[in-house]
Design a protein around this ligand. Structure first.
Ligand code: 5GP
Length: 132
C-alpha cells in the first residue's frame, strides 16, 4: 500500500507544495514545529533513510540543500536546521526547520499553530526562491 507521502506526491492528497524534480518532492509539514517547516521526500518509497543507496541519499541531501537555501532566502531564519526521525511515516524524509531564534524549541513534539492562509503564503514564498 502506498505511503501517505506517495499519495501526496501523486496528488491524491493535497499539500502545500514547495518544489519537485524527477526524483524528489518538497512540501510543508502539516503539523509544523516552526513556520516554513518543510519535508523533503525521495519519490521512491523507502522506509529507513539509511537504507537508501549512497547515490540516492546524496541526491536527497543535495535536493534538501536547495530547498534549505530557498527557505533561507524567503524567510530569513538564523539558519535552517535538519532533523531525521522517521518514526511516524515509513517513507524516508528530511525535516527542514527554519530556526528564527537560538532559544527556539526544535523538538518534533513542539508543534505550532499556523493558519491555512499562512501555510499557503509560506509555501509560495519558499517556492518562489527555489533554484533547482
Ligand atoms: P517523522 O516520521 O519524521 O517522525 O515525522 C513525520 C512528519 O510528517 C510529521 O512531522 C508529520 O506532521 C508529517 N505528516 C504526517 N502526515 C502528513 C500529511 O498528510 N501531510 C503533511 N504535509 N505532513 C504530514
Amino acid at each position: 500500500m502506498a505511503t501517505i507521502f506517495t499519495k501526496i506526491i501523486r496528488g491524491e492528497i493535497p499539500c502545500y507544495k514547495v518544489a519537485e524534480n524527477d526524483t524528489h518532492f518538497a512540501f510543508l509539514d502539516i503539523n509544523p514545529i516552526a513556520e516554513g517547516h518543510t519535508l523533503v521526500v525521495p519519490k521512491k518509497e523507502t522506509d529507513y533513510i539509511f537504507d537508501l543507496s549512497d547515490e540516492d541519499l546524496a541526491q536527497t541531501v543535495i535536493f534538501a540543500k536547495k530547498i534549505a537555501f530557498a527557505i533561507d532566502r524567503a524567510l530569513k531564519p538564523i539558519r535552517t536546521g535538519v532533523i531525521l526521525e522517521g518514526l511516524e511515516v515509513p517513507h524516508a524524509h528530511v525535516h527542514l526547520v527554519p530556526i528564527y531564534e537560538e532559544s527556539q524549541n526544535v523538538s518534533l513534539r513542539n508543534k505550532v499553530e499556523v493558519s491555512k492562509e499562512k501555510m499557503e503564503v509560506l509555501a509560495k514564498s519558499i517556492a518562489d526562491e527555489v533554484r533547482l
